[in-house]
Design a binder for this molecule. Structure first.
Ligand code: BG6
Length: 516
């Protein structure tokens, strides 16, 4: 029998979709460089890019923050970040040395114009000494309340454009707190930067498996013809987390699950599943189709919100063998808070492809496990030839599951005959696992996104109208929830799959939530 061998195949997500290019020499200025995101994600991602994709010669990072550090302390901090959070370990001393020689620190308040003058001088110096050619990326990784003053100061210092090279700005989430604030932020950035300079980040779009949704749909001939209301019965999108709010009480109180996960990550997943094929795999063509899905969302307003959404908070309980406190007992949380840590909702997309197909979304913290998946349940066969008296148990509908994380892969459930003289049917799975087909490690989402920004490719970022369309849908829900009394917030025990009402919510339609 031939031996099954694991071949290190090229990853089509890396190799196939984009002509391989190296970014031009550039500098990335990180505002808020002493914060958690820089420490856990940005510096490790840049180091991994240095290790794997040759970053351009002279690539430099300027940390801009308030703490009294110097270049040396910033480099030491960066080394700590990489040692702790890098995907690739241990640190390669040669790569590190060359990477660290391009790290610089500038201490300043975000509101102080003198700090931006110093920044302009430093950037000019780096252009000359490290050959960065006037190409700049500004990364806003501070609390969002500081975005407006940073943007304004960049403009006032003339750093929003440069005669010699290109200038881009990356804006971290949360992008606004509601529709008016998102519009206002767009307006403020738009006064200083042109839309093609603005990269609004949603790290879910940098995940390999999220990009694979489009590859799966559009690089294969057999799925697209059945990807519509004639064949699809309903869709379930689950983003479950076993972690709680992880000490981020103050942030989460202002956010809640709908702002933290639904407005951005989950609606992005939805658009990729539901969009029409774009005319090209190119930023504006992709954004155009995603925006159409968001515009086609049936608005949830008034009573529809009550009937089509469930929100709840975790109580105490046990998660992964640990006893955990309830949300109201977390640090920084108001004991009378009505902020939700779980949301389930049903929505419809009013267009020809999806009219009448329910999309069920749910996300929550302190659920039994971490899992993100999209399950497409297809309609049953038009005529069941195998009567229930012959078949043991029910013939389950076909379900295609795109597993985003962990155990990344795709599986298709179908009915098969159990070997034997009688006609028993059982559901079986056809499985694809990333881990076994592509032996290589997947890059972290931030690696892909930072590299794309350096290359000037904004396909995996969100456009102005896209963010506003997502907020428009969410705003209707927020408005209605605000009018609801405290008692409408349910509680679920930590370590369970959410409140009982969420099960009843989907049973009413004759379905049940998947147990991933
Ligand atoms: C962030 C949210 O955007 O996404 C967090 O603020 C959440 O609350 C995180 O935990 C989930 O991301 P991931 O990549 O771990 O699924």
């Amino acid at each position: 029998m031939p031996q099954r061998s694991v071949v290190e195949a090229p990853n089509p997500l890396r190799e196939g979709l984009r002509i391989k290019q190296s970014p031009e020499p550039c500098v990335m200025v990180i505002f808020g460089s002493t914060g958690d995101l820089t420490h856990r994600k940005l510096l490790p991602a840049l180091y991994n890019l240095a290790l794997e994709h040759p970053l351009p010669a002279g690539f430099s990072v300027v940390g801009f923050a308030r703490r009294p550090y110097d270049d040396e302390t910033f480099r030491q901090q960066a080394l700590d970040s990489v040692n702790e959070f890098s995907r690739q370990k241990p640190v390669n001393p040669q790569v590190w040395e060359s990477f660290a020689s391009g790290l610089f620190y500038l201490q300043s308040n975000f509101h102080d114009p003198a700090g931006y003058e110093k920044l302009a001088n430093l950037l000019n110096k780096l252009d000359q000494e490290r050959g960065t050619s006037g190409n700049r990326i500004f990364y806003l990784s501070t609390p969002p309340s500081q975005y407006p003053e940073i943007i304004q100061n960049l403009g006032a210092a003339g750093l929003n454009r440069n005669r010699k090279g290109w200038t881009r700005i990356i804006v971290e989430k949360p992008f606004g707190h509601d529709l008016p604030s998102a519009r206002e932020l767009n307006r403020q950035i738009g006064k200083v930067f042109k839309e093609e300079q603005i990269y609004r980040i949603d790290h879910y779009l940098g995940k390999e498996t999220v990009q694979n949704i489009l590859v799966f749909r559009l690089a294969n001939g057999i799925f697209e013809p059945i990807w519509n209301r004639r064949y699809v019965d309903h869709v379930q999108i689950t983003v479950a987390e076993n972690i709680g709010i992880e000490g981020r009480g103050a942030y989460y109180e202002e956010s809640g699950a709908i702002r933290d996960m639904v407005q951005n990550h989950m609606l992005q997943l939805l658009t990729l599943v539901a969009m029409e094929p774009p005319i090209a795999f190119e930023a504006n063509a992709v954004h155009d189709e995603k925006v159409k899905v968001l515009h086609a969302l049936q608005p949830l307003v008034g009573r529809d919100v009550i009937n089509n959404t469930i929100r709840a908070q975790y109580g105490s309980g046990w998660v992964s063998g640990h006893q955990v406190p309830g949300y109201l007992e977390e640090n920084g949380v108001n004991p009378a808070s009505t902020t939700e840590t779980y949301v389930a909702m049903k929505l419809f997309i009013d267009n020809w492809r999806w009219a009448g197909v329910p999309f069920y979304l749910r996300t929550g913290k302190h659920l039994p496990k971490r899992v993100t998946e999209i399950a497409i349940q297809f309609k049953t066969a038009p005529l069941m030839l195998f009567k229930r008296s012959d078949a043991q148990g029910q013939v389950e509908p076909n379900t295609l599951t795109l597993r985003i994380q962990p155990d990344e892969g795709i599986s298709l459930k179908f009915g098969a005959k159990v070997p034997g003289t009688d006609m028993q049917i059982r559901s079986v799975n056809m499985d694809f696992f990333y881990g076994s087909s592509f032996v290589r490690q997947q890059p972290e989402a931030y690696e892909r996104l930072l590299l794309d920004c350096m290359l000037g490719d904004s396909t995996l970022f969100t456009r102005r109208d896209e963010v506003e369309a997502a907020w428009t849908f969410v705003q209707g829900i927020l408005d209605e929830w605000q009018n609801e009394p405290r008692s409408s917030i349910l509680t679920y025990e930590s370590g369970t799959w959410g409140p009982q009402a969420a099960d009843e919510f989907i049973w009413r339609d004759g379905y049940r939530w998947r147990r991933p």
